[in-house]
Design a protein around this ligand. Structure first.
Ligand code: FAD
Length: 473
């Protein structure tokens, strides 16, 4: 913020202002009205005070700091950082946990878009927001009084019950929102543990089981009821839930079906191919894997990197990633790629698998073709003629994306053109009345924080509908 003309008159330089609010604490004139309680001077008119005109151009369209804008959850990162810096750790943790049901998980594996937006990054490097998040999550993990305080804020309880299907980031965020707004909510999860993909597939060297357990324990302390080992569509139906008094259903079952790998000859699990989700689950649960020395991972996203980094930790395995575009076009986080290379994973870019080599019914190699680089992310790269080469391969791990599988739910849900669950963008209702949906099953593969933000949006729309229905009764 520059000071121009009359003494203390602040002029916001929109080119450089990141709305980080550091000026609030740093300004020796303590110019902000809410701090000075002054409403009738130029200084007092910098920020709008009720009934007064504001300085031209301020506030901008969004007054939220860049980090908060960058976070899909719109977490109050600026305030959390200020409170933590001031030693008000408990207040900071309350703010964090009021919006984010999985702060420990996010501290570890969120791609932290907040840091990418951090104003400080323009000077040297972004603030380490994720480390503060991890610290606050750990510091408050066992704070039963904090859980009681948050629960107490929910106010008078609503009589309607809501069932959330799926205990992943989207489902937990929806349930957390509904719970903290006074709803009676129960989560039904097919797996033996909640947590969704982060719990099921993200390797422990990136996300320790204890971190997930701490987040889930806090949610239970909040009073969230999570039933595990119940698969909706098999052990439970919408009709049964309605008979048990549930007024609404929120589906957040994620994506389950691996996208097929475009190759003329299919390689099945029996002869040496595993989907990355299955592979990571087996690694995590220490289950048996197909024998062999050479593991090829196909794909360039975070899932491919997780698979390669888990594979390279197995004894006596050589691991390579095959990706069709250039390294700079890989969707995976740059630091993950660096780590994988340091750990001994080979990276083969601008290459596409075209044909498996099968000997005695088992995979023995993979014929690949060079691709044209730099064709942009919209069009698939073309194969270069006469550029074939063969890689040794005993196991092919495919990480080319997951899709929503509508068949397992037993509901006649309408799908969009991409095969995702179709929802009304405003009401968040699916094609079935009273049935809402959120997370990856609606958006396609995303990230933990995006899935949580979507869960909250759907829960807010659902709650709005319940309130309207309640008022009209
Ligand atoms: C290998 C891999 C690594 C990843 N790494 C990261 C990362 O580092 N950072 C990041 O931000 N994102 C990462 N992601 C993406 C992230 O995990 C997902 O975007 C996010 O988990 C989606 O949340 P969700 O709640 O929509 O779905 P999910 O996490 O898939 O949760 C859905 C839940 O529903 C349950 N369920 C399914 N069917 C039923 C049913 N019929 N009845 C009851 N329950 C059911 C499932 O068991 C699951 O627990 C990764 C994804 C993969 C595959």
């Amino acid at each position: 913020m520059a000071v121009e003309g009359r003494l203390y008159r602040p002029v916001i330089d929109h080119e450089t202002c990141g709305r980080c609010a550091v000026c609030r604490g740093a300004c020796p004139a303590a110019l902000l009205p809410e701090q000075r309680r002054e409403t009738d001077s130029l200084r007092g008119r910098v920020f709008p005070v009720e009934g007064q005109a504001s300085v031209a151009g301020w506030p901008p369209a969004s007054t939220a700091p860049n980090c908060r804008e960058g976070c899909p959850l719109h977490q109050e990162i600026d305030q959390i950082m200020h409170l933590t810096a001031a030693g008000k750790v408990r207040e900071a943790a309350v703010l964090l946990r009021s919006r984010n049901p999985l702060p420990g998980v996010c501290g570890r594996v969120c791609p932290h878009p907040c840091a990418a937006a951090c104003t400080r990054g323009r000077v040297d490097e972004p603030l380490a927001i994720h480390l503060v998040e991890s610290f606050l999550a750990a510091a408050s993990a066992a704070d039963a009084a904090m859980a009681a305080e948050l629960r107490g804020r929910a106010g008078a309880g609503r009589r309607e019950k809501v069932a959330v299907i799926g205990g992943g980031p989207a489902g937990l965020a929806a349930a957390h929102y509904l719970l903290l707004h006074g709803c009676r909510v129960e989560v039904f999860e097919a797996d033996h543990q909640p947590g969704g993909l982060p719990a099921q597939v993200i390797p422990a060297f990136r996300l320790p089981a204890a971190t997930i357990a701490e987040d889930l324990d806090f949610l239970r302390q909040l009073g969230l009821q999570i039933h595990t080992g119940i698969r909706f569509g098999r052990e439970l139906t919408w009709e049964q839930l309605q008979q048990h008094g549930f007024a609404a259903l929120l589906l957040a079952v994620g994506t389950q079906r691996p996208r097929p790998l475009a190759m003329p000859t299919a390689v099945g699990e029996e002869n040496g191919r595993l989907d990355c989700r299955e592979f990571l689950q087996r690694c995590k649960n220490r289950e048996e894997l197909p024998p062999g020395r050479h593991i090829l991972v196909i794909g360039g996203g975070n899932a491919a990197l997780d698979a390669a980094r888990a594979a390279v930790r197995l004894p006596e395995r050589r691991v390579a990633i095959v990706y069709r575009r250039r390294r700079q076009e890989m969707p995976a986080a740059g630091e993950e790629i660096e780590q994988a290379l340091r750990e001994g994973v080979e990276l083969i870019t601008e290459a596409m698998p075209v044909q498996p080599v099968v000997k005695d019914g088992r995979l023995a190699g993979l014929v690949c073709c060079r691709t044209t680089a730099g064709t942009g992310s919209e069009t698939p790269p073309a194969l270069l003629p006469d550029s074939e080469f063969t890689l040794a391969a005993d196991l092919l791990v495919t990480a080319v994306g997951l899709q929503f599988d509508p068949t397992a739910l037993g509901l006649p849900l309408q799908l969009d053109q991409e095969g995702r669950a179709a929802v009304d963008p405003v009401t968040r209702e699916t094609s079935l009345a009273g049935v809402y949906a959120a997370g990856d099953m609606v958006s396609g593969p995303s990230t933990i924080v995006e899935a949580m933000a979507d869960g909250r949006r759907a829960a807010a729309a659902l709650l709005g509908r319940l309130r309207t229905a309640g008022e009209s009764v």
